[in-house]
Design a binder for this molecule. Sequence first.
Ligand code: ADP
Length: 248
Amino acid sequence: MGDEFIVETRSLTKEFKGFVAVSDVNLRVRRHTIHALIGPNGAGKTTCFNLVTKFLTPTKGQILFNGTDITHTQPAAIARHGMVRSFQISAVFGHLTVLENVRVALQRKQGKSFQFWRSGECLNELNTRAEELIEAVGVAEYRDTPAGELSYGRKRALEIATTLALDPEMLLLDEPMAGMGAEDVRRTADLIRRVSANRTILMVEHNLSVVADLSDTITVLKLGRVLAEGSYAEISDNPEVVEAYMGS
Ligand code: ADP
């Protein structure tokens, strides 16, 4: 299992004061794929996502990452294992420039001392890597712009760059397209596709055309349970899935 699937949940269940928000979910995320969690409002997507990223503790069940049981691991330790959640962990500092934001993230990853980073050689290396990352996410032309002045879509691209600075094996994206216009959605979809080349991505996303376009596998949740799973063609052919969406 450890090789084919990077994440596996077993009977994952979360109750809130007796209300079962996520019920016996067995999720398997294949390595180096884009996997989307979808479902009508209240389906348990956010709860499921929060369980996998350890923001919530399950009432029952297990979460395996690379074959290791991480059910009781702290969120910070998960990042060290190589699973990083974007848009929450990666704070963008508005008063720092685009390049500085990525440098801060890189320094955080290295965890080296201030003295270490003062040596010229290391600074060069740091700058080169930071430049590569801002280029990769398409914000290089804003290198010296304070992050607070970026458009919403570009700020989120910068957030992805700060997340990539941590060199994650797996990236978890919580509604990456939320609040974006068509142009930013297109740019972000391109970015996610590029970033997924050598990583695994798990995302919760409402925009179904984005989900259709990007996802290798889609898990549809309804009332806390897995209703269907498969490619977009497979799930969109499923009458239960169609009904779940029509009914919401
Ligand atoms: P989705 O993200 O699919 O819209 P959620 O995971 O946010 O669904 O919620 C699933 C269900 O669990 C909903 O009925 C919601 O009201 C309930 N729920 C979520 N979080 C809590 C909480 N902290 N306390 C009580 N109920 C919650």
